[in-house]
Design a binder for this molecule. Structure first.
Ligand code: NAD
Ligand code: ZN
Length: 359
């Protein structure tokens, strides 16, 4: 069954960021009822964002050195509530981390309890504060998906608030905003879309609706990463669209094996989502053979550096933690490997894969 929550409005063109004042005027009457979450890359160079922030007092910069945690969301929500303002609009400007932050805070401002109560499927009860997503880095599909992924150290868990309420109300997709991303980061994040599309297409939950988006997203990724300059103006515009497609594809099907293993790396080592995915792809020969070869060809064509986990001690305790943080993701594992996924991805098999990609 496909049940789709649409985004009300999408502005997708070069310079569409200039639509922002207009959108704010229509949605929020007072400046103080607007809350900005902005990737802290822009903090020292706000001139890259052609918008007059004067008069807006609720601007929160998101430190992306670690990805959003449940504690971070609760911290921002408490801080906003303590100001006794009446928020009408949340605007998130940044990569997947900042887009997820905007969604989660929006949900938590209108739902009781703490954010970890909502990690799972369809637990959010009330619509959040109206939100506009403005990606400055393309690939996670956070702008179009129905989740916002949060780490929960206490529970050794990385899981989203999967809900129709986690879908942005509006998007401003302006490829000019991604021009300053470093090459490696651009590659890792764009590959998230590639991986969303291949996992969706290879999973048992694939369906006509998600396939249409995955196929289009995948074709764009192939086109862009088979070309010489994957960050040309035209290619940044294409990847912005592919990211959007990939987000819709997974919102209506499911990711596969790469994401649970990658979530294991993120939970145990704190490594970021997109680079973790790329590290996992290097061990996927057995499970996604054609895509594994294609992915490797992109890495070598563009001379991409894949970092190693620092100070790694892959002992049995670490492997067990990695396994636990992977196997908990039952839905994607079932999608990729079937009902008997635990018989295929045994502790021994997972340890073999982790050794292959990490050592
Ligand atoms: P990110 O948001 O963590 O940012 C990565 C780096 O890129 C940061 O250093 C940031 O400052 C920098 N950056 C962003 N925009 C820039 C710009 N225009 N110029 C220069 N630098 C820029 O990275 P990401 O890969 O987009 O997002 C990863 C997050 O997305 C993870 O938290 C992951 O869990 C989440 N995610 C969410 C979904 C979803 O559906 N909600 C799907 C996949 C991943
Ligand atoms: Zn992903």
């Amino acid at each position: 069954m496909t049940s789709i929550k649409n985004i009300n409005q999408i502005y997708f063109h070069e310079d569409s960021f200039k639509m922002l004042p207009n959108r704010i005027n229509e949605i929020a009457s007072k400046n103080e009822s607007v809350i900005f979450f902005i990737d802290d890359f822009f903090k020292s160079q706000m001139n890259l964002l052609s918008f007059n922030f004067k008069g807006y007092s609720n601007i929160y910069f998101n430190d992306t050195s670690s990805e959003p945690t449940v504690e971070l969301i609760d911290f921002f929500v408490d801080s906003i509530k303590s100001k006794m303002i009446n928020p009408k609009l949340i605007i998130a400007i940044g990569g997947g981390s900042t887009l997820d932050l905007g969604k989660a805070v929006s949900n938590m401002l209108t739902n009781p309890g703490i954010s970890e109560d909502y990690q799972g499927w369809d637990l959010v009860k009330n619509p959040g504060i109206y939100k506009i997503g403005i990606p400055t880095l393309s690939g996670t599909g956070a702008e179009s998906s129905r989740t916002c992924v949060l780490s929960n150290k206490k529970k050794n868990l990385k899981m989203g608030m999967n809900s129709h309420f986690s879908v942005y109300d509006e998007l401003i997709l302006d490829p000019n905003l991604t021009a300053t991303v470093t090459r490696n980061q651009y590659f890792y994040t764009a590959m998230d879309t590639y991986i969303h599309c291949i996992e969706s297409l290879n999973g048992s939950l694939k369906n006509l609706f998600s396939d249409s988006f995955s196929i289009n997203g995948l074709n764009i990724c192939r086109d862009v990463f088979n070309s010489d300059d994957f960050m040309s103006d035209e290619n940044r515009e294409k990847i912005m669209l592919a990211s959007y497609y990939g987000g819709i594809a997974i919102a209506n099907s499911m990711v596969g094996l790469v994401h649970p293993l990658s979530a294991g790396l993120s939970s145990v080592f704190g490594s970021h989502h997109c680079v973790s995915n790329c590290i996992v792809m290097m061990g996927m020969e057995e499970f996604y053979p054609e895509e594994y070869l294609e992915f490797k060809s992109f890495i070598s064509k563009h001379n991409i550096h894949l970092p190693k986990i620092q100070n790694l001690d892959l002992n049995s305790h670490t492997l067990k933690k990695l396994y636990d943080a992977t196997i908990i993701h039952e839905k994607p594992l079932k999608n990729a490997l079937g009902e008997n996924f635990k018989e295929i991805l045994t502790y021994e098999k997972a340890s073999e894969l982790f050794r292959k990609i990490l050592l």
